[in-house]
Design a protein around this ligand. Structure first.
Ligand code: GAL
Length: 414
């Protein structure tokens, strides 16, 4: 007895010690960056963090699933159990404001914007998208472009085709590719078809009419939306048969392997292609998604500070790195995005990314649906349900009616 008590006490002290040390030092960052390129980008930013804050232990709580499909579901469960990570990835725009701010789950970051003088270096329009009632709620790390078409130039040459600039041209090229046994367009899980659809909507309607769909002044029942749906329907016929069972990076790999010719995907695909040792221009090529030249359909990944954050100081330290020039210039060249800050070091960015910087400055900028900018989660979920039905029944009229109803149901359209 007398000998066992001290041992038990020592074990208890050890366990308690481990718990206290663990929880006070750990900075648990939640994201969905697990694929080639995006995981490497996170790693690069983490190196900057670890160098600046060696006493914190970074816990990478990334959950696989492009566009956050799986991660966001798991995050919602954790938040409902009052178990937030130290910080999580959220898209600037309605995803942030309509979900986390609406549910009062995150802190205002005005204090950090003052301290770090971020108002001077982050675009005003972007700050507006992450603000409500004068409070700024997240730290954007990047700007991604959604409306990009990716391909391997050498493969196109071998098949004797060129990258199409309109969907009409695509359908002609697709026939040719199809006759050679090549899948014209690589697609993946349902979210990638929403991604495709939003670029077709933009290309068909143009920037103003596309924007109008989201602010309630547009008409989801219009002939122009019907045309976009008809194009989407025709394009879907030229996608891979296993689309519904593969992730975006596996779809990108079909292009790399020469099984498919094109992919419409955000520029995290460039991070993936570079992770496969392909170089911009020589190894892979890109073009605006058909019909969207001069338009930049954007989204931005940002990080938040939860209310009652686990290790709040550590979380703030992470946010400082995410918003810093050093953090962004380590992350973005690998991730395939451009810095949210306006003072990134251009010399660190490759031919694709510098072209994206130029386009971001010159093009008409609109927001992405799939990646949280233009519609809140409830509205997006209704669109997603309608899209799921359309992918199986391919009934364009029913799809358009459901889209119009979704806008009304969410109060955006009267
Ligand atoms: C987007 C996100 C990107 C990238 C992509 C694929 O929603 O903004 O950073 O991770 O999903 O997972």
């Amino acid at each position: 007895m007398t000998r066992r008590l001290p041992v038990a006490a020592a074990v208890l002290a050890l366990v308690l010690g481990a718990c206290t040390t663990g929880s006070s030092n750990e900075v648990e960052v939640f994201s969905w960056w697990t694929a080639g390129g995006e995981a490497d980008g996170l790693e690069a930013m983490l190196d900057v963090f670890s160098e600046e804050y060696p006493d914190y232990e970074f816990v990478n709580a990334a959950v696989a699933g492009g566009a956050g499909t799986e991660a966001r579901a798991q995050l919602a469960t954790r938040l409902s159990q009052d178990d937030p990570p130290s910080s999580w990835q959220g898209h600037a725009g309605q995803e942030l404001i309509g979900t986390y701010v609406a549910a009062d789950q995150i802190e205002s970051l005005n204090f950090l914007y003052d301290e770090e003088e971020w108002r001077d270096v982050m675009p005003e329009g972007l700050i507006d998208l992450i603000s409500e009632d004068g409070e700024i709620y997240s730290v954007p790390v990047n700007i991604h472009r959604a409306n990009v078409m990716w391909f391997i130039p050498e493969n196109l040459e071998g098949w004797g085709v060129e990258a199409p600039t309109t969907w009409e041209e695509f359908l002609t090229v697709a026939e040719e590719l199809d006759s050679q046994g090549v899948t014209p367009l690589a697609m993946g899980f349902q979210w990638t078809s929403m991604h495709l659809f939003e670029t077709i909507l933009l290309g068909s309607l143009g920037a103003d009419a596309y924007n109008a769909l989201w602010d309630g002044s547009g008409d989801w029942s219009s002939a122009e939306v019907a045309d976009a749906i008809a194009t989407f329907d025709a394009v879907l016929d030229y996608t891979n048969e296993d689309a519904s069972t593969i992730e975006w990076d596996a779809a990108a790999q079909l292009v790399v392997d020469g099984e498919a010719a094109f992919q419409i995907m955000g520029d995290w695909a460039e991070g993936y292609l570079k992770s496969k040792e392909l170089d911009p221009e020589t190894g892979f090529g890109w073009a605006p998604a058909p019909g969207t030249d001069g338009m930049f359909q954007f989204l931005s990944d940002s990080f938040v500070l939860p209310k009652d954050a686990k290790n709040r100081d550590g979380a703030v330290a992470w946010l400082k790195i995410a918003g810093s020039q050093a953090g962004q210039d380590a992350f973005n060249p690998v991730k395939g995005s451009i810095p949210a800050r306006s003072d990134g070091d251009r010399s660190l960015y490759d031919a694709y990314l510098t072209s994206a910087m130029d386009d971001w400055a010159a093009d008409t900028v609109v927001g992405s649906l799939t990646h949280g900018v233009v519609a809140n989660d409830a509205w997006k979920a209704e669109i997603d349900t309608a899209l799921g039905l359309f992918l199986s029944d391919r009934d364009p009229d029913a799809f358009q009616t459901a889209l119009a109803e979704a806008c009304t149901a969410e109060g955006a359209c009267s």
